[in-house]
Design a protein around this ligand. Structure first.
Ligand SMILES: [Ca+2]
Ligand SMILES: [Ca+2]
Length: 80
């Protein structure tokens, strides 16, 4: 599943923590996109924060094509 970096329990806040551990070198690196999840500055601790934001619904993965945001826009159009 998208965002399930530790291959455990789907996409949870634990995956953001896992990515932070990846950055710290405590766990093996993922091969996914060279771990540059937010598409900025390579792999930094900011990517772990980005994962937490995605989990909280405040951001979307670049490779999801903004699907969540598009759905929100469509909902707005239906209302108006
Ligand atoms: Ca997980
Ligand atoms: Ca990055």
């Amino acid at each position: 599943m998208v965002g399930d970096f530790n291959k455990l329990n789907g996409f949870t806040l634990g995956d953001a923590i896992y990515v932070a551990q990846m950055w710290a070198g405590d766990v093996d690196m993922t091969t996914c996109l060279d771990a540059d999840f937010n598409g900025v500055n390579g792999f930094t601790v900011g990517d772990a924060i980005f994962i937490a934001q995605v989990w909280a619904g405040e951001a979307v993965f670049p490779w999801s094509n903004g699907e969540g945001k598009r759905n929100l826009l469509e909902a707005d159009m239906i209302e108006t």
